[in-house]
Write a protein that binds this ligand. Structure first.
Ligand code: ADP
Ligand code: MG
Length: 343
């Protein structure tokens, strides 16, 4: 029976992130979709016009009759209706890549969600997934999926710490004995860093820059530790006084200064986790260090800064943006992990 089900269906794993949504398909054994969690819809009718990459390009540039929405922005589902529309689009787009006979039965779906979401949100994600074509739906907390995805030994008794820095949130979790021993999240992530760049430009150069430009600056020359201070970049924006377009050049050192406060907040959150940690678990962490996942793990020098702040070894995951979706895929491929996470 299980064999037949497997023949006529596939399983998919979804990382429903605040910035990016990724989908893994077991039958193809790869990530088939990786798109920003953005939806553009008609203002008056709420008709969905664009989803994903195309929608993100329109952030800050939509004409009056359209609005660009990031339904998961702060790590919670800010807009159920839009989240469901997005999920449906992504699930169906992914399933179209699977041979027809694998679509005869509905797919088993694992969705990774932020660990702070409420019962109501859990219900909503499950229902939305089912309406979008899913059969059995299982939710997994994002830090657990990330830990599995980067290969931490989650079912063993030793403790591991994972820090997942996404767009809207940073989640800090200590995993041991196959469960999440401690987890907490703050609404500081990549978006806040972009916001910090925007504020810095406003304050120091009277320059208004868009959110996508701010993100580009952060990625191109931003850092958490003095390692790329000499690099420079030209930035275009709107002069606040004359309200005319203006170009200024800023250095890596300036961007680092702009990001400093938010980076410190993340470091403090990690410190707070140690206070909740039993001595034996703390000993494990000294041995094993801290694993960084999520797009924020790519911020240059963050590992160095956190090593200095905590005194522990800090490792960025190999492919931090894929950690969560990889974890969902591993759960689908491993009956033990699937059963183990029953909910
Ligand atoms: P989420 O899980 O919330 O969807 P992701 O893990 O996909 O978030 O990470 C998205 C965040 O990572 C964005 O804020 C993006 O700007 C940031 N990011 C991506 N690449 C880099 C980079 N090279 N340096 C710094 N930040 C990055
Ligand atoms: Mg994430």
């Amino acid at each position: 029976m299980k064999y037949l089900t497997r023949l006529f269906s596939t399983d998919i794993g979804i990382d429903l992130g605040t910035a990016n949504c990724l989908v893994y398909v077991r039958d193809l054994d790869r990530v088939v979709l990786n798109e920003p969690s953005v939806v553009v819809r008609q203002v008056n009718t709420h008709e969905v016009r664009y989803v994903g990459a195309r929608a993100k390009e329109m952030l800050g540039k939509t004409p009056a009759n359209l609005e660009a929405i990031r339904p998961m922005k702060d790590g919670v589902i800010a807009n159920f209706e839009v989240t469901e529309a997005m999920l449906r689009e992504f699930i169906q787009k992914s399933l179209r890549q699977v041979p027809w006979y694998r679509r005869l039965l509905p797919p088993r779906v694992v969705v990774a969600v932020p660990s702070g979401i409420t019962e109501v949100e859990i219900r909503a994600v499950k229902d939305s997934s089912k309406r979008a074509g899913a059969g059995q739906v299982r939710l997994v907390e994002e830090p657990m999926a990330a830990a599995i995805g980067v290969g931490l030994p989650v079912t063993e008794p030793c403790g591991s710490m994972i820090v997942d820095i996404g767009g809207g949130t940073t989640e800090v979790a200590i995993i041991s004995q196959g469960g999440i021993g401690y987890s907490d999240s703050i609404r500081v992530g990549g978006d806040e860093l972009d916001e910090a760049v925007m504020q810095y430009m406003r304050k120091n150069y009277n320059l208004l820059v868009g959110v996508l430009s701010a993100e580009r600056i952060k990625i191109a020359i931003g850092s958490a530790y003095p390692v790329r201070d000499e690099v420079k970049m030209e930035i275009r924006g709107l002069d606040m006084n004359g309200h005319v377009p203006k170009t200024v050049t800023i250095t890596g050192a300036e961007v680092r200064e702009a990001l400093q406060e938010q980076v410190r907040t993340i470091a403090e959150k990690i410190h707070a986790a140690f206070e909740h940690c039993k001595p034996d678990l703390a000993a494990d962490l000294v041995d094993r260090g801290i694993m960084l996942a999520g797009g924020g793990a790519l911020l240059v020098g963050l590992d160095k800064l956190l090593t200095e702040e905590t005194g522990l070894p800090v490792f960025p995951a190999d492919e931090p943006l894929n950690a969560v979706v990889k974890g969902t895929g591993m759960m689908l491929n491993d009956e033990d992990l699937w059963e183990f996470n029953e909910n």
